[in-house]
Design a binder for this molecule. Sequence first.
Ligand code: TXA
Ligand code: MG
Length: 331
Amino acid sequence: MTVGLTTKMLAAGTVATTEAARCLADGGLVAFPTETVYGLGADATHPEAIARLYQAKGRPSFNPLIAHVADLAAAERVARFDATARRLAEAFWPGPLTLVLPKTLDCPVAALATAGLDTVAVRVPAHPVARDLLRQLGHPIVAPSANRSGHVSPTAAAHVASDLAGRIDLIIDGGPVSVGVESTIVGCFATPLLLRPGGTPRADIERVLGHTLARMPTPTSPAQDGQPLAPGMLASHYAPRTKVRLNADRLEPGEALLAFGPTLIAGSESAAATLNLSARGDVIEAAANLFSHLRTLDLAKARAIAVMPVPDDGLGEAINDRLRRAAVPQD
Ligand code: TXA
Ligand code: MG
């Protein structure tokens, strides 16, 4: 039972990395910074640790995890790369790209972490703390975002603590993350598929592939969840408790405003609270602010969070994907 643990918080550094690696090897759960969002790590070869991880997150166990590895050589022990996959790995790793690939025959990642699929999601993170931890542990680390299942992803150590204190062993505080949305996920099937837009813009991937990337449609109803290709693409996800209203062109009474760009919409003078994703209209800055602004506005007890339109280019595609999921009604 993970509930009732004392959760330690350590500032990033060699002491924290050493303690975290020992904790993971012993089957513990450690939250650590990556460049995208904070991850909740377990040793990928330790089935019991992975079971505790699902329990700590309250995550449906059909939802498979990403195996984080130190470099391409380590990734090749986990998954089989064809020429296209290798080209993507060489172009974007370390960085915010996850590849879904066939497992190797002797894949060290426990079956529980891949939810029984014969594919595995792998990524080499760019954050120095994540990389040091992977090198010191010497095993892949499976890590979903370090939030309770269905909540907004954490972009700072305090977000992790507010969701998971008492349920995990250790949090490494490496300050706020730089990217702010999760990795882009590409399924390396006969035709590569964009399974989740994220921190690596689609256009950059298409440039390396030399062709356009087909997109798995975003599910809009719970009935569409659990599709074999992307079992984790739950319709309602990344969700604050307050209702989210998209593409607002005027603010209704009692609403909080999540703004984008220099010009606010009509009615914004009376907002319950206002935060701007990027006053200068920059999607990169907006991605970095997205989840923490949603968390803050959720505390305003407003009738709804009205969100101004965000352009779909670059990281805008990932931002709009997360906003659409945040706006799906919760039960
Ligand atoms: O940036 C990120 O990717 C962060 C950091 C911590 O690395 N991690 C993250 O993990 O976002 P998580 O568990 O929140 O999202 C992983 C997604 C899920 O939607 C899951 O269903 C999908 O990856 N996934 C994992 N294995 C898969 C597989 N074999 N086939 C298809 N989708 C898979
Ligand atoms: Mg997540």
